[in-house]
Design a protein around this ligand. Structure first.
Ligand SMILES: C[S@@+](CC[C@H](N)C(=O)[O-])C[C@H]1O[C@@H](n2cnc3c(N)ncnc32)[C@H](O)[C@@H]1O
Length: 351
């Protein structure tokens, strides 16, 4: 965690905010390891509820239920990227398909390729689809007031690093610690991961990257539906391909509306790939209730939620400025399988 980001952003306790609507500022209570501006290990404390939030490998973990999150994330916390390739391959075979080891490698393969394939000397030189989608959002999101940019569900970090080119301070947020660690590594100039060829076979990839604006970016672990950020503290927020990964997409929308400053912009992109593994069907935005006025259409349902007065639970602060119906996004699964999505992308202003 960068001290400069902590001082400027002044994170709050997500539990005090969610449960009691109190914005209780976190204190940097203990520093166990630091290197210049970087706090590598330590503890943040809410002096109001006395909850502790750890900083692990330079990543502050400021999620509502720290205990269960850390215990469920143990594979990511203990993940090693220094194993010889032969040992990693052997571990992959021993743990087998469907193991947490295998799933972690699959996620890292899919998103690291998706974010950095253009910078890999042996990769695909085309601009990554997610970067192109972000650029389309940015075209409509500026000018925005002064202030920080928050990239929710940043995964392995490329969009956060691209957002730093706006000259603003950027915060990349995600719940997945191994992805955030890879994002930090990319910000420091190296991308290292296994690219899935198929089954349990991964090709080791290592290459240097250069993001001259990386000093403006920090990566924190936080939950998109209960964020540790002060109300009205962000000038711009992006949420790309995250809405359909959440238990409560609606809570994410209310968080985006709460945190965006008046006049600030929200860039929201989603393929509406609803799955009960991530979201209970009644919480989906569209994708069900085909018999109703909007025919279960997700884009129309989201539009209604972001149109003040359109329905009783419409979010009053956000007003749609621009929309695109089918922005390409692709997700590489393995060497012979890539999924092609068409994102609904919209940009809204907080008023
Ligand atoms: C489909 S990926 C999209 C990643 C990236 N934005 C992109 O477009 O390439 C969804 C991301 O959301 C993250 N995520 C899932 N649930 C989350 C939550 N509750 N809070 C924050 N991030 C979450 C995942 O770890 C993952 O990195």
């Amino acid at each position: 965690m960068k001290q400069s980001h902590f001082d400027a952003i002044q994170p709050i306790c997500p539990v005090c905010r969610r449960d009691e609507q109190v914005e209780s500022r976190l204190k940097l209570n203990h520093i166990a390891a630091r290197s210049g501006n970087e706090i590598e290990a330590g503890v943040l404390l809410c002096e109001r509820c006395m909850r502790e939030y750890p900083i692990i490998d330079g990543i502050p973990v400021i999620v509502p239920d720290v205990r269960s999150h850390l215990s469920a994330s143990l594979i990511h916390i203990l993940w090693r990227d220094d194993l010889p390739d032969v040992i990693e391959s052997l571990l992959g075979d021993c743990c087998g398909p469907g193991s947490s080891f295998d799933l972690t490698r699959q996620y890292l393969s899919t998103y690291t390729w998706g974010h950095y394939h253009d910078l890999d000397p042996e990769g695909d030189p085309d601009q990554p689809a997610v970067v192109a989608a972000l650029q389309r959002g940015l075209d409509h999101a500026q000018p925005a007031p002064e202030g920080i940019v928050v990239d929710v569900g940043c995964s392995v970090g490329r969009t956060s690093l691209e957002l730093a080119k706006t000259g603003r301070m950027v915060l990349g947020l995600d719940v997945n610690l191994s992805m955030l660690r890879l994002a930090r590594q990319a910000a420091r100039g190296e991308v290292r991961y296994g690219l899935r060829q198929g089954g349990l076979v991964y090709e080791p990839r290592r290459f240097a990257v250069d993001f001259p604006d990386a000093a403006r970016v920090d990566f924190w672990a936080a939950d998109a539906t209960c964020l540790p950020l002060r109300s009205g503290s962000a000038a711009m927020m992006s949420s790309l391909n995250v809405l359909d990964c959440l238990q409560s997409p609606y809570d994410h929308l209310t968080e985006l509306a709460r945190i965006t400053a008046t006049g600030g912009r929200v860039m929201l992109g989603c393929p509406y790939d609803w799955s009960p593994a991530a979201t209970d069907a009644p919480q989906w935005i569209g994708g069900h209730s085909q018999r109703t006025k909007r025919g279960g259409d997700s884009a129309a349902s989201l539009r209604a939620l972001l149109t003040p007065g359109a329905q009783p639970n419409s979010i009053e602060r956000l007003h749609i400025l621009a929309e695109q119906g089918a922005v390409p996004w692709r997700v590489r699964v393995h060497a012979r399988s890539t999924m092609h999505y068409a994102l609904h992308l919209l940009v809204a202003e907080a008023r």
